[in-house]
Design a protein around this ligand. Structure first.
Ligand SMILES: Cc1cc2nc3c(=O)[nH]c(=O)nc-3n(C[C@H](O)[C@H](O)[C@H](O)COP(=O)(O)OP(=O)(O)OC[C@H]3O[C@@H](n4cnc5c(N)ncnc54)[C@H](O)[C@@H]3O)c2cc1C
Ligand code: SF4
Ligand code: SF4
Length: 445
């Protein structure tokens, strides 16, 4: 008869403050503790009552300064070392002792699988950002080992399934009905909530467009999950959490946000932030048709008429341009922007601007590049008299080639520029224009 060895319990340790590291952030550790064993000193540092600490790690995880760690007695350290040896020998990881709450959470998280991209379309034509997200979604799905689904809602939009497959989707969930002819928050949000209830996806991506921002917020509120807007980077950690990176605190830092206790994990991403995937003509996938359609009489908003915003002639889409000549406060006044228009015309590009130039009333807000303007990814970005504030750079740093013209050699824009010209833009830009004209006339002969 073989005797089974008693299972060694993995010690949980107790929380301990690392001297000199607390930044007195406002007692986040205290508010995270489920057993109220943290008191705060007058200077805002925690005192941990170790006899009450249950080693749940919550304070350690929440501390923004990494000022807390788990302390293990020498005996506990010995047990941990033993368990690590066992794990090495058997190849199995040391199982975490989970409390009831953590077990329930794990079971809930395990029910959600799959990555979705909600496809935005208008009269059957897709917003490009949706295909960019299909590219990103495919990478996330591959890391998670799950299929990527395109969620297509509209009327007479079945042809978009083929496009979704050719861009990289494995499946297309299709809701095609007259009630979805035009986007309305209520009908589209109801449809997506219905699909979430039915299929339980773990990740949902939408474009950070007017429609995507509206829809994502409505859906996240109903299904009671987290939503990170305007992500600039997405990845997956070793626990299947979506790591959502975005500028925070006015763009001064990049924060990685996770929604580790709720599902689905929802993010919006602006156009041009992610790369467009390569088209794979003829690529096939599975169409899942769903007949869910709210009744027209139950939808409060009625579309009476669709009025297009101008005839498009005067509208310049900075975000879609391949060459952008941008001006900042260094342009000095509105009239000087004519110089940039001249250069942009020579190069076949468009004029963009920093927020300072927009705020000064020198150029329309639609031309603003940056955190509160457009995100651009042109082949060439020429920054004239722009210092390179972080809020500007997050909107253009992924341009293929960045040319910066600034008379201050210390201007931050030079840190990301491919080519930097230290000089007066009123001399440099005319010189570039005349050189471009010279080259053009040479090639014409
Ligand atoms: C929440 C928030 C959101 C924001 N969103 C945005 C955004 O979307 N986009 C954005 O751009 N900013 C944004 N900003 C503002 C941003 O912080 C900066 O204030 C802004 O980008 C500065 O614009 P600028 O580089 O044109 O001006 P400045 O910082 O004043 O720089 C002007 C530059 O011109 C150079 N210069 C002057 N004369 C000449 C000359 N003759 N020749 C060559 N160089 C010259 C100077 O050396 C200087 O470097 C935001 C700020 C906040 C707080
Ligand atoms: S580890 Fe958990 S129980 Fe212990 S102090 Fe931190 S939050 Fe409280
Ligand atoms: S969470 Fe960290 S930084 Fe904030 S008070 Fe507690 S120990 Fe200090």
């Amino acid at each position: 008869m073989s005797e089974t060895k008693p299972k060694i319990k993995k010690p949980r340790g107790v929380a301990a403050l690392i001297e000199g590291k607390c930044i007195a952030c406002g007692a986040r550790c205290q508010s995270s503790c489920p057993v109220n064993c943290i008191e705060m000193t007058e200077t805002g540092e925690p005192i941990i009552e170790t006899t009450k600490c249950i080693g749940c790690h919550k304070c350690v995880k929440i501390c923004p300064a990494a000022a807390l760690e788990m302390y293990f007695t020498p005996e506990e350290q010995k047990i941990l070392a033993e368990l690590a040896e066992q794990a090495k020998a058997t190849g199995a990881p040391v199982a975490e002792e989970l409390d009831e709450e953590a077990q329930k959470l794990q079971q809930m998280l395990a029910r959600y699988r799959g990555v979705w991209v909600v496809i935005e379309q208008y009269e059957g034509v897709t917003a490009k950002v949706s295909w960019e997200l299909i590219g990103t979604g495919a990478e996330l799905a591959a890391t998670l080992g799950v299929p990527l689904s395109a969620v297509i809602i509209g009327h007479n939009v079945e042809h978009l399934c083929k496009e979704a497959f050719e861009h990289g989707a494995d499946k297309a969930i299709l809701l095609d009905a007259p009630v979805y002819q035009h986007y309305r928050t209520q009908s589209f949000a109801d449809a997506i909530c219905h699909l979430i209830d039915k299929h339980l996806p773990e990740v949902i991506l939408m474009g950070a467009t007017a429609q995507g921002r509206d829809l994502a917020g409505a859906v996240a509120t109903v299904v009671k999950t987290g939503l990170t807007a305007d992500c600039t980077g997405l990845g997956i950690d070793d626990k299947r959490n979506l790591m959502q990176t975005r500028p925070a605190f006015g763009g001064n830092i990049m924060a990685t946000i996770m929604c580790d206790k709720y599902r689905p994990q929802m993010s919006t991403v602006r156009p041009h932030v992610m790369h467009m995937p390569e088209l794979q003509p003829g690529r096939k996938g599975e169409i899942i048709r769903d007949s869910f359609a709210p009744l027209e009489k139950d939808i409060l908003v009625k579309i009476l008429e669709v009025i297009n915003d101008g005839d498009g002639k005067d509208q310049v889409d900075v975000a879609a341009a391949e060459i952008i000549v941008s001006g900042g406060r260094g342009m000095m006044n509105k009239d000087n922007f004519a110089l940039l228009t001249e250069l942009a015309d020579e190069l076949g590009g468009v004029v963009g601007a920093s927020r300072s130039a927009v705020d000064a009333g020198w150029i329309a807000q639609s031309r603003q590049v940056g955190q509160t303007g457009k995100t651009v990814r042109p082949k060439i970005y020429i920054a004239c008299g722009i210092s390179g504030a972080i809020q500007h750079m997050v909107g253009m740093q992924d341009s293929d080639t960045i040319i910066a013209i600034n008379r201050d050699p210390e201007a931050p824009i030079f840190q990301i520029a491919t080519y930097g010209v230290v000089g007066d833009l009123f001399q440099v830009v005319p010189a570039i224009i005349s050189r471009v004209r010279e080259l053009k006339s040479q090639s014409a002969h």
